[in-house]
Ligand binder design. Structure first.
Ligand SMILES: [Cu+2]
Length: 450
């Protein structure tokens, strides 16, 4: 008897919870409201069966409970019941599956005239490519991928020259225009999704998958990877901004075409030497850094990383916050480099300086540090020399006091919190793994041994 009451209460509670719960789908922002409809149909079918079945069990418990002198009735076959159950189940299952087939048919048929955007997934970043004025993508090849050619563009393909390369976690789309997303991976399985768009698709290395949608309202949405793709999978987050056509065009034109990225000629160390005069005041003439001025060692660091940091100082993604005392000293210095060419030149000069490991100034438990470093190695390499494809800079042989400052900055979100700092944000999430000053000291002590 008590069991029957519990069952009925459970049913009533579930139904009330379903209708009054504060958790429901996020507001849809694309044409795929039909996906919600299919889920709701499934809720209705499974919900009705859930209620009916539990009520039946409750009734059976009461009606057929143990009574003095009552005997079980043995009935192995009941044709009527079996036909009834089969028909009901068939209708229920068909109701759940059929709408999905209709929606899927629409999903795989991209409407005529949909714009195309390529989404490139890699551990643990998103980047995007637009076909440019000719509306055609150039061919790509994984073997051509390098720091100078992160998309692996084929330099001999005319179609690719005007492709717009968006090396950013943020994608902009015009509202109310259908778009086909072509999905490509540089390394492992990923899955691209924006919850408000209701569509998602696996990205399989070696092939191009696709999905399409029409954004129906403006706003900023999170883009996520929904395929477990390695230790930092949870940091693989981007953003999609849906906006009016004008704003979208302005955004798109702020990114370079492939031809333009090729034209930014390689840095010239000789030209960079003159510009470095300013930097040497703090970072030292030999680029070895200066603890008294809090300016870290620059020599031996990867040019792509240095260039990115200088850019971030220039556009406020780094060194803009009140609490970032040292960063705010560096930011105005970055502005002495007037354009990308100047940045490339000064970075080339730094790269030409002889490198020797910075002296260790910190100590800690090396064995513990080694354990902590296991995760860090995924992006900074086991030998601490950094990994370009993971965007992780070199740590081994760099200023240890500076690294510990940075780890503190990341964990307080003084660095990496800016919306445009797609790389720093990963470290904000990673730095949380170091829970105390001791953790920081230990991991740095281990890095010093590399
Ligand atoms: Cu992923």
């Amino acid at each position: 008897m008590a069991l029957a009451v519990v069952l009925v209460l459970l049913v009533i509670g579930s139904v009330i919870f379903h209708f009054w719960s504060p958790w429901w789908f996020t507001e849809v922002a694309s044409n795929w409201g039909t996906i919600d409809d299919t889920i709701e149909i499934t809720f209705w079918v499974t919900g009705l069966v859930f209620v009916a079945l539990n009520i039946f069990v409750a009734v059976a418990i009461i009606k057929y409970r143990q009574k003095e002198g009552s005997r079980a009735y043995y009935e192995p076959e009941n044709k009527k019941l079996e036909i009834g159950l089969t028909v009901f189940t068939t209708i229920g299952v068909a109701l759940m599956l059929a709408p999905g087939l209709v929606v899927w048919a629409k999903f795989v048929n991209v409407p005529e005239g949909a714009a195309e955007v390529e989404v490139v997934g890699q551990q643990w970043y998103w980047s995007y490519r637009f076909p440019g004025e000719d509306g055609r993508f150039g061919t790509v090849d994984a073997r051509l991928i390098s720091p100078d050619n992160p998309f692996g563009m084929n330099p001999d393909d005319d179609n690719g020259q005007d492709d717009v390369l968006v090396m950013s976690q943020e994608l902009h789309l015009p509202v109310n225009k259908p778009v086909k997303l072509l999905l490509r991976s540089k390394d492992v399985l990923h899955n691209y999704t924006v919850a408000q768009f209701r569509v998602k698709m696996d990205i399989v290395p070696g092939m191009v998958s696709y999905m399409w949608l029409t954004p129906t309202r403006t706003g900023t949405f999170d883009a996520l990877c929904e395929e477990l793709c390695g230790v930092a999978h949870f940091t693989m987050r981007g953003r999609v901004v849906v906006e009016e056509e004008d704003a979208y065009q302005a955004w798109l034109s702020s990114y370079p075409t492939y031809a333009e990225t090729v034209a930014t000629v390689k840095g010239n160390a000789n030209a960079g030497q003159a510009m470095y005069a300013v930097c040497s005041a703090c970072h030292g003439a030999d680029g070895a850094g200066n603890l008294a001025l809090n300016a870290p060692k620059l020599t031996g660091q990867h040019p792509w990383y240095l260039a990115r940091q200088i850019k971030h100082y220039q556009n406020g993604a780094r060194g803009a916050l009140e609490e970032d005392n040292y960063g705010r000293q560096m930011a105005p210095m970055a502005s002495t480099l007037v354009n990308d060419q100047a940045i490339a030149n000064v970075v080339a000069y730094i790269d030409s300086l002889p490198d020797k490991p910075a002296p260790a100034t910190m100590s800690g438990d090396i064995e513990r540090g080694k354990e902590l470093y296991t995760t860090c190695a995924a992006c900074h390499a086991a030998d601490g020399h950094g990994i370009w494809s993971q965007n992780g800079p070199r740590l081994a042989g760099m200023s240890d006091w500076y690294m510990s400052n940075q780890l503190r900055n990341f964990s307080r979100a003084v660095r990496g919190a800016h919306a445009d700092d797609a790389y720093g944000v990963q470290m904000v999430l990673m730095a949380k793994m170091l829970r105390s000053e001791k953790d920081i000291a230990d991991v740095i002590a281990y890095i010093n041994t590399l």
